[in-house]
Design a protein. Structure first.
Length: 151
């Protein structure tokens, strides 16, 4: 079991900086898709709104109510998702999950900033919160794709 000191180290200055500065925080007025995800263990929630043009995210916002780790993940996603296609966002989600669960490689660029969350791999109860934003984003992109705007 990890000690309180280890838990304090988990919340590094960089994670706290990211958590305090989430780009595109809030909601879009008229998104193509909107997805709400909740982590049942901790109650963290994320609502992702997005629109796509020519298979890429053209507008994005997220309302994030999560721990600092979930907020930090949302911050990295918010800084990098516009212009990405579903393959890039899905690859980031899958790599983040692998990084947390199996100490796999860092998610590929432009989401490589998620590396800052590697120390959370030892805190399985935090994984769901960290994954929320990317999971919701992929689901929203699939919904937008179903509208034939994202292909």
């Amino acid at each position: 079991m990890s000690s309180d000191t280890d838990l304090i180290k988990l919340y590094s200055a960089r994670i706290l900086e990211l958590a305090a500065d989430i780009p595109h925080h809030g909601r879009l007025d008229a998104p193509q898709a909107s997805v709400k995800r909740r982590a049942p263990l901790c109650g963290s929630t994320v609502i992702v709104d997005l629109s796509c043009t020519e298979d890429r995210v053209s507008d994005y916002a997220a309302e994030v109510k999560a721990c600092a780790l979930g907020q930090a993940a949302a911050s990295v996603v918010g800084r990098n998702i516009i212009g990405c296609d579903i393959a890039q966002v899905s690859a980031a989600r899958d790599a983040l999950k692998d990084m947390l669960k199996s100490d796999g490689p860092t998610p590929p660029a432009p989401f490589d900033g998620l590396e800052v969350l590697r120390p959370a791999r030892d805190y399985k109860n935090r994984h769901a919160s960290i994954l929320l934003t990317l999971e919701a984003a992929v689901e929203a992109m699939e919904e937008a794709r179903a509208q034939v705007t994202c292909s």
